[in-house]
Ligand binder design. Sequence first.
Ligand code: SAM
Length: 343
Amino acid sequence: MNLVFLCGKRNNMKLVDNFNRIHDYIRISLIDKCNLNCIYCNPSNSFARFESNKSILTYEELFRLIKIFVRDLEVKKIRFTGGEPLIRKDVMKFFEMTSSLKNQYDFEIGITTNGTHLLDKLDSLLNFGVERLNISLDTLNKTKFIAITGRNYLDETLTAIQKAVSMKFRSVKVNVVVIKNINDDELSDFVEYFKTYPITLRFIEYMPFTGNQWDDSKFLSWKEMKSRIEEKFSLTEIQSDGKVSKDYFVNSSNLKVGFISSISDHFCDSCNRLRITAAGQIKNCLFSNPSDLSLKSLLADETISDDMIIEFIKNSLQSKWLKHPSVDELLKLNQNNMMSIGG
Ligand code: SAM
């Protein structure tokens, strides 16, 4: 039993791990299915989902969980991801539900999406208080887009990004996973294409997940990415407290670029994130095993109090690693799948 839990007032408890890291950012996967089949993400090479409909958290269960996070655990940011969150049935009704919490508690909502089903939802998302959009896009080339994702959706995604930047979202980021000999020739093209956009382009180091064919020869470090961009553009570093992304202004443009260096320079010491899989398991690191017990069994049971759920979450956090294992160790994991974790 955790002492903080015993001593703390229920309405004033932070989620703190054994290394004194405060967890105020929760990523929740809404669904473990995607309409894209990205080569680096979905190793099953199919569009099938892993969990059955019945085993993923219902919207009511999710609502209860989010309320606990923002009301009792001082969580300041919730990001919904997947699979592809925007393909879940009735997802906008769910965002309408969460908007009622935004009126009562001080927290931000974001989504990570591939953008293919975003355009017609942008107005409602903004109305429902979803203020932060991360949109994944790994190439500007239509043929390559199909080769990477298995689908022909480049135009839809670009159109959604264009509309999003003209709206009042607090932040729009475009996420690019960089893989050698796949899209590393496009780094400057991305900067050129988006240089008039007031957004952040985030170049992400390719991470190894089960079956995703990661190997050293496909890996490009953030430093290499940066120097390639600097062959054409000049960058000015943006100082910030957070260490997740190394951010730069692209001089003489509206654009910022950020580099996510999970592999070559991990930022575990400042990790403030806890992940919940679509099936309700807690993942306290992107690379750790999910909790054996799913939150679903607790959230679905009205006889289980919110305090008991809080205790379960806090106890799960105590097993969080100080830092994630080396690449060699990560390559040995055999059930670590980005589609089911939610990125
Ligand atoms: N469908 C949504 C999307 O495409 O953004 C959300 C889910 S996706 C798993 C979330 C993020 O994880 C995306 O930005 C994706 O590019 C990233 N991602 C997936 N596999 C990755 C890998 N092997 N290395 C680095 N990032 C990865």
